[in-house]
Design a binder for this molecule. Structure first.
Ligand SMILES: NC(=O)c1ccc[n+]([C@@H]2O[C@H](COP(=O)([O-])OP(=O)(O)OC[C@H]3O[C@@H](n4cnc5c(N)ncnc54)[C@H](OP(=O)(O)O)[C@@H]3O)[C@@H](O)[C@H]2O)c1
Length: 375
């Protein structure tokens, strides 16, 4: 039985079961298809809970992960929804209960269980991933859905890799009030989040790059300080284009996919060359990148969660800092957050095209959302 979703920002509706429902699946060849799921998922561990997904957000990572060797699962990371049930053996102080409005992202993994993807009407979340958050009543669903992974990833760049503090969110670190930051790709979802986190942290200057058509929107979310002979030694390349990593080898000869890569023209190379003279030579530069930069080890690769892939042991405390930032921004969203413009898709076949289009860079300054259940 199909059921219309609740209005953005309203209390979630009760949970008549929507079965069968459509799920967007990525196979081992990198093809996207629609599957019909006829049985509702059930929490199998005391740490798991079932969420009815109201919206999920498309990220370039949905398909990029195929080029990283991750496939054979229901796609989708960011979502908003309502808790439907917890495990019968979950503890009495379990932080989520039936009816809670939540937002978050799913944990990536090769061939993860189909119940773990966000591009479907229900998903199973796991408390141990620390990737689900209560959605404040004042935070409309449609604004909160494309929020968690960009904000949490941008937090890793600014507050972990670049080492900046955010005392209002209980994060120690460097005071940026006399510092400048370059965000390459300000119109990407990561750039959009990074500009607002940098502004909240109090950077003296925030420089960003974007296509001319995105300039006016980015001026609205920047800080107002002007460049005043400030040293630029901190940068985050949010787009990482032109390096040949985790992208199809378009136009290259078979077996030699890196042949056409000219690293000097790539965005990380341009980002680094925009820093103030001498900071790299003096060892003062700190560089973050949204993808690994194999050609330049000075770039440190950001991660959506430092709990993933054994990172917890390498960087103690980092995922907790990311979590604190997501909670702080969502709780203070009215003061510190402006959402990106969105486009909503509710049709299954259109959702397949939209996922491909986002990966191909066809959209500019836009979050594409899927409304569930897909028709
Ligand atoms: N490491 C992680 O955990 C992690 C997490 C999230 C995302 N990522 C990766 O980070 C990248 C960005 O993700 P996203 O979700 O932020 O992407 P997105 O929102 O889809 O980015 C699209 C935007 O990128 C901008 N852009 C494209 N090429 C550019 C270039 N050469 N220079 C400057 N801007 C350019 C465009 O801006 P204009 O409108 O100005 O043209 C466009 O609006 C992706 O590669 C994604 O896979 C990594």
């Amino acid at each position: 039985m199909a059921q219309s979703s609740s209005d953005p920002g309203n209390e979630p509706a009760s949970d008549p079961q929507i079965v069968p429902f459509k799920a967007v699946y990525l196979d081992s060849e990198g093809s996207i298809s629609i599957r019909s799921i006829s049985d509702l998922y059930k929490p199998e561990l005391p740490s798991q809970f079932l969420i009815r997904v109201e919206y999920s957000a498309i990220n370039p990572g949905d398909l990029r992960h195929f080029h990283m060797g991750l496939h054979s699962f229901v796609m989708g990371y960011d979502y908003v929804g309502t808790v439907v049930s917890t495990h019968p053996d979950s503890s009495s102080d379990f932080p989520f209960k039936k009816g809670d409005a939540v937002m978050g992202m799913t944990f990536p993994g090769h061939a993860r269980p189909i119940s773990h993807g966000a591009h479907q009407a229900y998903l199973l979340a796991d408390l141990s991933h620390n990737l689900t958050f209560h959605r404040p009543k004042s935070f409309p669903a449609i604004e909160a859905v494309g929020f968690t992974s960009p904000v949490q990833t941008a937090a890793d760049a600014i507050f972990n890799i670049l080492g900046i503090g955010l005392p209002s969110a209980d994060l120690d670190g460097d005071d940026p009030s006399e510092k400048a930051l370059l965000i390459w790709g300000g119109a990407s979802a990561l750039g959009w989040a990074s500009i607002q986190l940098a502004k909240a942290a109090g950077f003296k200057c925030i420089f960003t790059t974007a296509s001319r058509k995105s300039h006016a929107a980015l001026r609205e979310i920047r800080n107002s300080a002007k460049k005043q002979g400030i040293i630029l030694s901190l940068a985050f390349d949010t787009v990482c284009k032109g390096t040949g990593i985790f992208e199809p080898p378009v136009g290259a000869e078979e077996g030699n996919p890196k042949q056409l890569v000219d690293f000097a023209k790539s965005t990380p190379s341009l980002t680094k060359s925009a820093l103030s003279e001498g900071v790299v030579e003096r060892g003062e530069a700190k560089l973050a990148s949204s993808l690994p930069i194999l050609q330049d080890s000075e770039f440190l690769f950001v991660l959506f969660s430092r709990k993933w892939a054994g990172e917890e042991g390498k960087h103690p405390g980092w995922w907790q800092r990311q979590e604190k930032v997501v909670s702080w921004v969502s709780e203070n969203h009215e003061a510190v957050w402006k959402p990106m413009p969105v486009k909503v898709v509710d049709n299954a076949e259109e959702s397949v095209k939209a996922i491909q289009a986002v990966f191909d860079g066809k959209y500019s300054l836009l979050k594409v959302l899927l409304k569930h259940p897909l028709t």
